[in-house]
Design a protein around this ligand. Structure first.
Ligand code: TRP
Length: 370
């Protein structure tokens, strides 16, 4: 808070130019007021999440993550990052990485993340993420990191680089730097979050309370969006088959065509049934796009063939995604605006991150220049 003479006048009605209080007394009163007013307005809880700028954001990211983030924005202080350092673990093409980082910032905003309310930033713009990662690396155990399911899966695919191994430690740094209370993540990230909690507790226990121990927020099942080509697998932005995924940047014709070619199960009825994952997934998507319950949709399409259903689903999905793609196209072309968002986001994020890192450095015995 900025200390103003006016603040004092407002609070205790001291007339301007009065010599009623000495300078030192005024300072004392102002500080007391500031401390009290901060206490009177307990700050909002902090929510942090991030996504890697690989490929493009897709329907599952919106339903499973972005939609929740948008909903959290008013009751929490939202901090949302595009985690480009994480993306390095799969050594992406540099030009694509650079482009997709901006694509993601634009899509966060297009789907409703408000950079005036929340902090929106790019991970590599706040060097404290890398700095805290190093410290936390020295607290994480080899065993803890090597048992991570995602590490085992990815290291088979992308060669065993050390970045993949220490990836969850970077994620812990992301979360702990901001004294995060709640982390909305998919179920596949629960193990990583558990590591963040363990590292926070370990550090707090070794020194003194330094980090808030974060809680996961895992959205309820139900609206899990599956691949259009292999409906037992989650829809993924990095699926090798682009027809498996509805990207938020897809054109209307691409959406229609992907739905038309989506695989279906044996049987002809349009009913939700776990033993028929393909049609169940399409019904889930229909329900998400229209906001209507699955039961009602089943009734509407009772006796109707797959082709008609898919055609209608394609149209509903195009209508649902249209506002996002329109806003996205507009925002993505505004380079100066995107730059301003990144600059403000980085500055605000760093203001918080810096404080945490300074505390950490001090506690572990790194020297400060006085
Ligand atoms: N690892 C997460 C994923 O792939 C992305 C991520 C990085 C993240 N840092 C985070 C998510 C911090 C939540 C909080 O989905």
């Amino acid at each position: 808070m900025i200390l103003h003479e006016r603040t004092l006048q407002l609070v205790i009605f001291v007339p301007k130019k009065s010599n009623f209080l000495k300078k030192r007394e005024k300072t004392f009163l102002i500080i007391t007021y500031c401390v009290m007013s901060e206490e009177l307005q307990p700050s909002k809880k902090i929510i942090f999440s991030g996504m890697q700028p690989t490929n493009q954001l897709m329907l599952g990211n919106y339903i499973g993550a972005l939609r929740q983030w948008v909903g959290f924005q008013d009751s929490y202080k939202g901090i949302f990052s595009v985690v480009d350092l994480h993306a390095l673990t799969i050594r992406p093409n540099p030009a694509l990485l650079r482009k997709q980082t901006l694509d993601f910032i634009a899509m966060y905003i297009a789907t409703g993340i408000d950079p005036e309310k929340s902090i929106v930033f790019v991970q590599s713009h706040v060097p404290e993420h890398s700095q805290l990662t190093w410290v936390l690396n020295c607290f994480a155990q080899m065993g803890e990191c090597s048992k991570m399911t995602q590490y085992k899966e990815k290291s088979e695919k992308f060669s065993q680089n050390v970045g993949l191994f220490t990836y969850p430690v970077l994620m812990a740094a992301d979360i702990l730097l901001y004294q995060t209370d709640v982390v909305p993540v998919g179920a596949d990230q629960k193990q990583h979050l558990e590591l963040a909690r363990n590292l926070a507790e370990r550090f707090n226990g070794t020194y003194s309370p330094t980090f808030v121990v974060p809680e996961p927020f895992i959205p309820e099942e139900g609206a899990r969006i599956m691949s259009l080509q292999e409906p037992t697998k989650k829809m993924s932005k990095s699926d090798e088959n682009p027809r498996a995924t509805i990207f938020l940047t897809d054109t209307a014709d691409e959406i229609r065509s992907k739905i038309k070619r989506a695989v279906t199960d044996s049987g002809t009825t349009i009913t939700y049934d776990e033993s028929r994952p393909a049609i169940s997934n399409l019904l889930t998507i229909y329900s998400v796009a229209t906001g209507r319950p699955i039961k009602e949709i089943e009734q509407e399409f009772n006796g109707v063939g797959f082709e008609t259903f898919k055609k209608e689903l394609g149209e509903q999905l195009v209508t649902f995604l249209k506002p996002f793609s329109e806003r996205y196209t507009e925002i993505r072309s505004q380079k100066d605006f995107l730059n301003d968002v990144m600059a403000t986001g980085a500055k605000n994020a760093q203001n918080i991150a810096r404080k945490t890192l300074r505390k950490v450095y001090k506690k572990i015995g790194l020297t400060e220049i006085e």
